[in-house]
Ligand binder design. Structure first.
Ligand code: SF4
Length: 343
């Protein structure tokens, strides 16, 4: 199979003291929400033909976006860039109600690929706002998911970006506050933010269930275990992928001597491997497995052919496709309607 990026074999086999090996984190890579969103765009292209418009990157991965562009998807920032009457897919990160309304006003045919676990947080925001709670939304200002969730209750939401911001955030009524969060944060850092918030607002309510999703949590648990034994950790994922960037941070906090993020194996620098006996490898929730395999191939050429999987959880969650795509044009249920696919 041709390589996706770079010629491969750039890494040299430099001798190190000890046995060279790779610890491969599992779970890693595609989550159920990303798989569903990518399949939604592919199926929309099959069904309606190119172009299909997608508001924002369908998932935060350079390779996935480039591949879908080659198939006929056009990524736009806002719905007013989509021709009237065209199909538009909303990304896995979700959209504010104002975006849904703008698409409807424009006569667009919308397909909502918002991850159901993001939708769950939207519903929580709506419910707590209806009960007149002030919502402290732990997350990163400007991230599409945070914009979408905040947009459900703009008058009730205050974004808390970090533990430090928890020390200074101002609320109207300390007796009526709840925290919610972005789905792709560091679990440990979020709990530290909550601890600081609760120290200031003892009546702070918790979300009804975890907002940080299963995939984010599982990938962090796996890389923590890998990092304890790794000289260097390489995370495959894009710079705008929150959960991928968190994996680098978590690896460093849990024992990796160094950790780097790359979109493609061809970005790995030879000097990252200097003196490294054990290389940890993982990938973010929006990363196709083929990119990890290319990294493993390159590492094997550099003498790291001994690969051990470090498995900390099994994942089998699948989501239904967006409603608009669950049946074929004859009304039959589509074979992929229950999500999931081989990678
Ligand atoms: S990372 Fe979590 S919230 Fe985001 S798409 Fe995947 S499962 Fe859904």
């Amino acid at each position: 199979m041709p390589r996706i990026a770079g010629a491969g074999g750039r890494l040299k086999d430099i001798p190190v003291v000890g046995h060279k090996r790779v610890l491969l984190a599992s779970p890693r890579g595609y989550c159920a929400g990303v798989d569903r969103a990518v399949v939604a765009v592919e199926k929309a292209l099959e069904r309606y033909g190119a172009p299909v418009y997608v508001r924002k990157q369908i998932v935060h991965n350079k390779h996935v976006v480039a591949t879908l562009e080659q198939q006929g998807a056009i990524f736009v920032d806002e719905v007013d860039q989509v021709p009237q009457g065209a199909h538009v897919v909303f990304s896995a990160h979700g959209v504010a109600p104002s975006v849904v309304q703008a698409a409807s006003d424009r006569g667009l045919r919308a397909i909502d690929a918002t991850c159901p676990l993001v939708t769950k947080v939207h519903r929580e925001a709506v419910r707590f706002a209806r009960d007149d709670f002030e919502i402290l939304l732990i997350g990163h200002t400007g991230h599409e998911e945070v914009e979408g969730t905040a947009g459900e209750a703009p008058d009730n939401v205050t974004i808390v970006n970090s533990p430090e911001e928890a020390d200074s955030v101002v609320v109207r009524d300390p007796e009526k506050v709840v925290w919610l969060s972005q789905t792709t944060l560091s679990v440990d850092e979020t709990m530290e933010t909550v601890r600081r918030l609760r120290a200031r607002f003892p009546a702070l309510q918790d979300p009804p269930s975890d907002d940080i999703c299963y995939a984010t949590q599982n990938r962090q648990v796996a890389i923590k275990k890998v990092a304890q034994e790794a000289d260097v950790v390489i995370v495959v994922g894009s710079a705008n992928s929150s959960n991928s960037v968190r994996l680098v941070e978590v690896a460093l906090e849990h024992g990796a001597k160094a950790a780097y993020r790359v979109d493609y194996a061809s970005e790995v620098q030879q000097d990252w491997l200097a003196d490294a006996e054990t290389v940890g490898v993982t990938s973010g929730a929006s990363v196709p497995e083929v990119l990890v395999q290319e990294l493993l191939d390159d590492l094997a050429q550099a003498g790291y052919g001994d690969v051990h999987t470090v498995q900390t959880a099994e994942e089998d969650l699948m989501f239904s496709l967006p409603r608009e795509l669950r049946t074929d044009t004859s009304g039959n249920r589509d074979a992929r309607a229950l999500g999931g696919r081989s990678r």
